[in-house]
Structures are given as C-alpha cells and as structure tokens.
Design a protein around this ligand. Structure first.
Ligand code: PLP
Length: 370
C-alpha cells in the first residue's frame, strides 16, 4: 500500500540532538541559556546584519518589527494582499492601517508597479514579503521607500538562505524578519528572528520581547511588551540547522528542479518561474496553478488527499478574510491576481526528507487526476 506523502517533514540530524542534549545536561533550557545569543550572532552574520533578536515565532517577529518602529494609529503600511495573516495582524494590532497591493502574476509577490500610487501622507512603511521561492524585486522598492522617506519591513520568513542579486534575503529591511516553523529552511520547532543594523531598533526589540522589564528596576514597567522569548532548546536546534543551511537550500532547489522535470509537459498546470532577472527560485514550497478550465485548487487538493498526497492551498487574500472584512479597513476590495492565485493555486509536498521517487509519485498522481 502507498505511504502517505506529507506536505512537509523537517530534517533533524545528529548535531541537533547533540546540542539539545547539551541543554538538557547543563540545565540551560530557558531563554537565559548561551545558545540564544550564539544563534543570533551566527544568523545575523550569515545575512550580513549587525543585530539579530531571536523570538518565539515569525508572527512575533513581525509584531516586534512594527512596534520597534513605533508604527501605530494614523499610520498606513503598504503590504501585499497575497500573504499570511501575520503580516496584516501585526499592522492592525498596532492600530495602523494595512494598505493592500495585488500580486504580480508570475512571481506571486507584491506587484511593485502598484506601490507608488498607494502612498499617501499617512504611509510610514512598506512591508515586502518574499512569497514561496522568489524574492520581491527590492531595488525599485528601496528607491520608492527612499524617495518618500518610508521604512522597509522585510518579511523573509520563507526565503532564509535565498539571494536577491547576490545579497541575502533578510538583509534589505530597516527591520527584517524570519520564521523557524518546521517547514522553513531553518527550524527551531517554533521560533523567529528580527534582524536590523540599527542599534536602537535592536534594543527596542529586545525589551519588547521580554515584557519591557527594566534593567535596574525589573518589575517597574514604563511600557507593555510581550513574552516572545526564544528558549535555549530552540536556539540549539537553530544553530545546528544554520550549519547546514547551504545544503538545505540546495536540496530545496533540487526538489524544484525534479518537479519541473516530471511536470514539464502538463499543459493544464502553470509551474513556478525558475528564475527572474534578479534571483533564482529556491522553492521554499513548490507551488502550481491549475488551469481554471480543468478544476479548482480546492478540488485537486481533496483528490490528492484521497491518493495520500499532502498539499496546502495558497494564501487566502487579506481583503477576503472574514475577520478583516468585518473591520471594514480596506479601501479597495478587489485584487484579481491574488484571488486567482487562491482559487487555482496549491503547493505540493516540498519537505527536506522528500525523495526523488516520491516526487515522481506525486507528479504521476497529479497528472492522472488532471
Ligand atoms: C511570509 C511569512 N511570514 C510570517 C509567517 C509566520 O511565521 P510563524 O508561523 O513562525 O509565526 C509565515 C509562516 O509561515 C510566513 O510564511
């Protein structure tokens, strides 16, 4: 009988166990342990940043990023319609307003050509979110941000280890963020990091992630923060995972190459771009679009599930989210590309334990359904 092929499975090795055991043996299991700073230093060095602030998730990292820039009521933040809820919720919880931009049809990232027209006197920041495998075209975005004096918040959760024009993703924002959920190129189980070159921002993030305790007056608070601390156990995993980041990215790219090979002649599905003029696709996940004349992504997902293949739908666009619709915060409520991506898009098993044989099986079953 065929084995279920999950959408993701993390790759945990000997080194992870060795460092986790070190935490257990020494008793350093909380955020006070030495691996947290070590992980922050190693990863920020890897992406050419001065400071890294480890935290409990990618969602927490976005909350810290927004709060550290003092973004709040009366402010507007430009961001993609096609992304995860964490991006919008960080902005909304701060009291600021998200202003949505539709996706680019081919890269699935925010369409840079629409950004300048969305800027108002209230705009304070642009949130660039790298989606699925290709980075946002950062140079024109940085030019716009500089022209209008705006911050860039870069959400590089999905593109750890990827490059835009030879510079690492995560190195472009005034504040950049990562997630270390188990489907990411580095996992700590749950976890995230804020990266910045600005000392003040880094200090703000450190304070905000730790309930805004004061150094000399610990339990007297001038501000409200969160407990978004990362534990030493999580950081131990992170260090071991970072050591093999290059080979992890190569594996992801190999998975992409194999799917491209086995699905090449299927006319009814649109495959992701292999590269753009500024970056190679690293295939954090291998996303595909089903021709609407054939079926919806939802139907294909349930058919694949019956054939023991795990998949995920594409993001549900922000302007369609019931919780956000109730708040009535979006001026525009039609983003056709993002809507089409949701209707027709899904991603196939893309985890690091995936074997060529399994990619073949997934591709064959998909072809059979279509
Ligand atoms: C682009 C992006 N940002 C933020 C997050 C949130 O990260 P976490 O699940 O660690 O909270 C994710 C999660 O997958 C993501 O893909």
């Amino acid at each position: 009988m065929d084995k279920f092929i999950p959408v993701n499975e993390p790759l945990i090795g000997k080194r992870e166990k060795e460092l986790i055991n070190e935490c257990l043996d020494t008793g350093w299991i909380s955020s006070e342990g030495p691996f947290v700073e070590k992980f922050e230093h190693s990863l920020s060095k890897n992406v050419n940043r001065k400071y890294g602030i480890a935290c409990s998730s990618g969602t927490a990292a976005l909350d810290l990023a927004i709060a550290s820039l003092a973004i709040g009521p009366e402010d507007e933040v430009i961001m993609p319609a096609f992304t995860i809820i964490s991006c919008a919720s960080a902005v909304i919880k701060s009291g600021a307003k998200p202003v949505l931009i539709d996706a680019n049809e081919r890269t699935w990232n925010m369409n840079i050509d629409h950004v300048e027209a969305a800027i108002t006197s209230k705009t304070v920041a642009i949130m660039a979110v790298h989606i699925y495998g290709l980075p946002v075209d950062m140079d024109p975005l940085i030019e716009i941000a500089n022209k209008y004096g705006l911050y860039i918040i870069e959400d590089a959760a999905e593109l750890i280890g990827a490059k835009y024009k030879d510079k690492p993703c995560g190195s472009f924002g005034h504040v950049s963020t990562f997630s270390f959920y188990p489907n990411k190129q580095i996992t700590t189980g749950e976890g995230g990091m804020v990266l910045t070159d600005d000392l003040e921002i880094s200090k703000r993030c450190k304070s905000l992630r730790n309930l805004c305790f004061q150094e000399d007056n610990r339990f007297v608070h001038n501000e409200l923060g969160w407990n978004y601390r990362m534990t030493n156990l999580q950081a131990a995993l992170g260090i071991a995972q970072l050591e093999k980041l290059d080979s992890t990215v190569k594996k992801k790219m190999k998975i992409g190459e194999l799917y491209n090979k086995y699905l090449a002649e299927v006319n009814q599905i649109e495959l992701p771009l292999i590269e753009t003029e500024f970056a190679k696709n690293i295939y954090w996940v291998f996303g595909i679009l089903i021709n609407p004349k054939i079926d919806t992504a939802k139907n294909i997902i349930s058919k694949l599930k019956k054939l023991k293949i795990g998949t995920r739908p594409f993001f549900y666009p922000m302007h369609k989210q019931p919780v956000l619709k109730k708040m009535n915060i979006f001026k525009k409520n039609y983003f056709p590309v993002s809507e089409r991506l949701y209707e027709q898009g899904l991603y196939l098993p893309s985890g690091l334990t995936l074997k060529e044989e399994e990619i073949k099986i997934v591709s064959q079953k998909l072809k059979m359904i279509i």
